[in-house]
Write a protein that binds this ligand. Structure first.
Ligand SMILES: Nc1nc2c(ncn2[C@@H]2O[C@H](COP(=O)(O)OP(=O)(O)OP(=O)(O)O)[C@@H](O)[C@H]2O)c(=O)[nH]1
Ligand SMILES: [Mg+2]
Length: 461
């Protein structure tokens, strides 16, 4: 049953004061332990002893101030910390918050956390701080997702897109669309309440037009799904070819460091090697594979089996051919099942014995042709449709599913109005469509949707 954000906020989700270590576990200079909730200041009070003339107890401290002191647990000093006091509502969660910067390392942060838990806090679930920012109305659901995208982004382009979404670029468009639909729905429902007055034909036509422009807008948003997916997940590109063609050399060139072993002995690479590179802003997961040939060596044969598996899983294939060797009947890869497929002719610095007219000509030794190849990789996966109005709005899989559902039901509404079916029918479909649009920003949502969104986060965010 979809519920509004306010309804969800009224459940017991926001009762506890939550705590978590917000920095990665491991040795580091500093670690930050976060606390959020109605009792945050009181709980911090129980563990913190201020040191120095200007430091205050958390409950007496002004908002947005920093205090130096010792953290205590069972009467014993466990660490010296800087405590940042943030009083509601100008905080990330809109609740009272305390951030303790303690010494890095696994133990100090863990002991500070334990002290806070013993004083009455509960360990936060993954993404629970961001979930509270959503439930308390500071950000909407699409913006909360952008926080996760921001953390996970692997290229600047992905980071820019996440920042735009966090700033509300997608949310504003979705809100506008939803408002239009709500108005249309209200109009139709008004006529259901007064059955004597049927909608005048020209008014009806105006409603249909408004819904149709809504569908066009949904299509524009849907067209960004592919790019959105690529930026968030990256794209898998398998480097495939005969032994010694220069596949590992190409991987190293694309990564900019010597990741894979390169040698003149055919059959050097046995296992597949995966590594992500930033190609013109797009995260590309390159997979270097064992050269494909007939082999009686069982280890090499297993490597070749894995090469074929990588080929099957890849979205883009880079077929590497050695230009200094004559082509034979088994030099070429053959059909790749409609996958995006770039042919790369390597070793063009050597006397040529093979030629493939459509190939991208490169030399991993001199670096020639590599920049052009990177452009070609980008062009193969990036449609270039994103730009202009939709610039930097890139929807994710959840938005895509909701938009498709909304589109379908909006179409039903249009058909119902056009064919003069009952207005109840038209209104019902439009209500479903409006709710689906509302799901994107979390206007209408379910606990399942929230769980699946926030489970993508780490603990402490
Ligand atoms: N002259 C020249 N030699 C190259 C070039 N690219 C690679 N090589 C050489 O070709 C040999 C094979 O290179 P690798 O990158 O190991 O080839 P591979 O396709 O990974 O080979 P396998 O792992 O055995 O399948 C090495 O001696 C490289 O130095 C090139 O552009 N020009
Ligand atoms: Mg190799």
């Amino acid at each position: 049953m979809p519920r509004t954000r306010a309804e969800l906020a009224a459940t017991d989700m926001l009762q506890d004061t939550i705590a978590a270590i917000s920095t990665p576990i491991g040795e580091s200079g500093l670690a930050v332990v976060r606390l959020s909730g109605a009792d945050a200041l009181k709980i911090a009070d129980a563990c913190f002893r201020p040191v120095g003339a200007t430091s205050k107890r958390p409950t007496e401290a002004q908002t947005h101030t920093v205090h130096y002191g010792k953290m205590q647990r069972a009467g014993k000093i466990i660490d010296e910390v800087l405590l940042t006091i943030l009083r509601a509502p100008r905080t990330f969660t809109r609740e009272d918050m305390v951030e303790a910067s303690c010494h890095g390392g696994v133990l100090p942060a863990k002991l500070v956390l334990d002290a806070l838990l013993e004083a009455g806090a509960r360990l936060a679930e993954p993404g629970e701080f961001t979930k509270r920012a959503f439930l308390n109305g500071r950000i909407d659901l699409a913006q909360a997702e952008a926080v996760a995208d921001l953390i996970h982004s692997r290229t600047e382009l992905a980071l820019d897109a996440a920042n735009e979404q966090l700033a509300g670029k997608l949310s504003r468009r979705i809100e506008d669309l939803r408002n239009q639909m709500v108005q249309t729905l209200a109009h139709i429902e008004a006529h259901i309440d007064f059955p004597d007055e049927d909608i005048a034909p020209d008014t009806k036509e105006k409603l249909v037009q408004r819904l149709e422009s809504g569908v066009t807008f949904m299509d524009e948003l849907l067209a960004t799904a592919n790019e959105g997916q690529i930026l968030r997940r990256g794209i898998r590109a398998a480097i495939i070819g005969r032994p010694n063609a220069g596949k590992s050399s190409l991987l190293n060139q694309l990564l900019g460091h010597e990741r894979a072993i390169v040698s003149p002995i055919p059959g050097t690479t046995r296992d597949t090697i995966e590594e992500t590179a930033n190609i013109r802003g797009i995260p590309v997961i390159f997979v270097d594979t064992a050269g494909i040939r007939e082999s009686s060596d069982t280890i090499e044969a297993e490597g070749i089996r894995r090469s074929r598996e990588s080929l099957a899983r890849a979205e883009l294939v880079l077929e590497v051919i050695d230009a200094s060797e004559s082509l034979s009947s088994d030099s070429r890869l053959g059909a790749t099942n409609g996958k995006k497929h770039l042919v790369v002719l390597n070793k063009i610095d050597l006397p040529a014995k093979a030629d493939v007219p459509t190939a991208h000509r490169i030399s991993c030794t001199t670096g020639e042709g590599l920049e052009t190849l990177k452009d070609a990789i980008r062009d193969a996966v990036w449609s270039g449709k994103v730009g202009g109005e939709m610039n930097q709005v890139m929807i994710n899989a959840r938005h895509q599913e909701a938009l498709q559902r909304a589109r379908r039901h909006t179409q039903h509404t249009i058909e119902a109005l056009r064919s003069n079916q009952t207005l109840e029918l038209a209104a019902m479909d439009l209500r479903i469509a409006t709710n689906a649009i509302g799901e994107i920003v979390g206007k209408t949502t379910t606990e399942d949707i929230l769980d699946s969104v926030f489970s993508q986060f780490c603990i402490g965010k």
